[in-house]
Ligand binder design. Structure first.
Ligand SMILES: C[S@@+](CC[C@H](N)C(=O)[O-])C[C@H]1O[C@@H](n2cnc3c(N)ncnc32)[C@H](O)[C@@H]1O
Length: 206
């Protein structure tokens, strides 16, 4: 999977093209979920973006006064980000210190985590957050027009993407978090129909 993601970013750089998930920033200034999350965060605050890609959201949040870190499975994306606090790591297993972050975001990364690894992912997010820390994520839902199998889809690069229902996400995250907000999101697409996604803002229980 690492090689596939590296190819995605290497091709984008070579062709000078934006990737589909970069369009929300380009067309709307920032991802919807970040706009909502910022209402919960005071001045300062240390944040992490899991699956941060080329670091577009991290750069935005640094400009908003946050101290930001990031990680992504793709070493090519990490290199292209040009950011010093961004490292190459699987979202389910990062080297960051326990309880270091006030907030964590994941914009379009969670739907690439295989279902069998979802609990491991949630355990890692909880490990990294301070008590009452915030976790905000967005992922494809089952209403997405490109969800042909209603379960898994494989892109032209051979990437796995999974599609979740709101009920499924609630069941998963309610075990460890208080769900503060659920947001219906449309993501711009490189094709003719927008993507359909769910955003969720959660807070760790004490
Ligand atoms: C849709 S992109 C989103 C990138 C970024 N969040 C953004 O909005 O620009 C998904 C990202 O997830 C990363 N990724 C996929 N599987 C991963 C995993 N298991 N651990 C960490 N990153 C992963 C990919 O390399 C890719 O950068």
């Amino acid at each position: 999977m690492l090689r596939v993601w590296n190819n995605v970013y290497a091709d984008a750089k070579e062709n000078g093209t934006a990737l589909a998930w970069e369009l929300e920033n380009i067309e709307r200034g920032k991802p919807t979920i970040i706009k909502h999350l910022l209402r919960y965060l005071d001045v300062g605050r240390i944040g992490l973006e899991l699956a941060c890609g080329r670091g577009q959201n991290i750069k935005y949040l640094i400009n908003k006064g946050k101290e930001m870190y990031g990680s992504d499975i793709s070493s090519v994306a990490v290199a292209q980000s040009g950011l010093k606090n961004v490292i190459c790591a699987e979202s389910t297993d990062t080297p960051f210190e326990t309880g270091f972050f006030d907030f964590i975001i994941d914009i379009g990364g969670f739907h690439h985590i295989e279902r069998k690894n979802r609990s491991k992912y949630i355990t890692e997010v909880c490990r990294l957050l301070k008590t009452h820390g915030y976790f905000a994520f967005s992922c494809f839902d089952t209403l997405d027009p490109y969800n042909t199998a209603n379960k898994w889809a494989v892109s032209k690069y051979g990437l796995y993407v999974n599609f979740s229902t709101l009920a499924e996400l609630r069941t998963l995250f309610e075990k460890k978090f208080k769900i503060k907000e659920v947001i219906k999101i449309t993501w711009p697409s490189t094709k003719n129909r927008d993507h359909s996604a769910i955003g969720m803002i959660c807070q760790t229980k004490s």
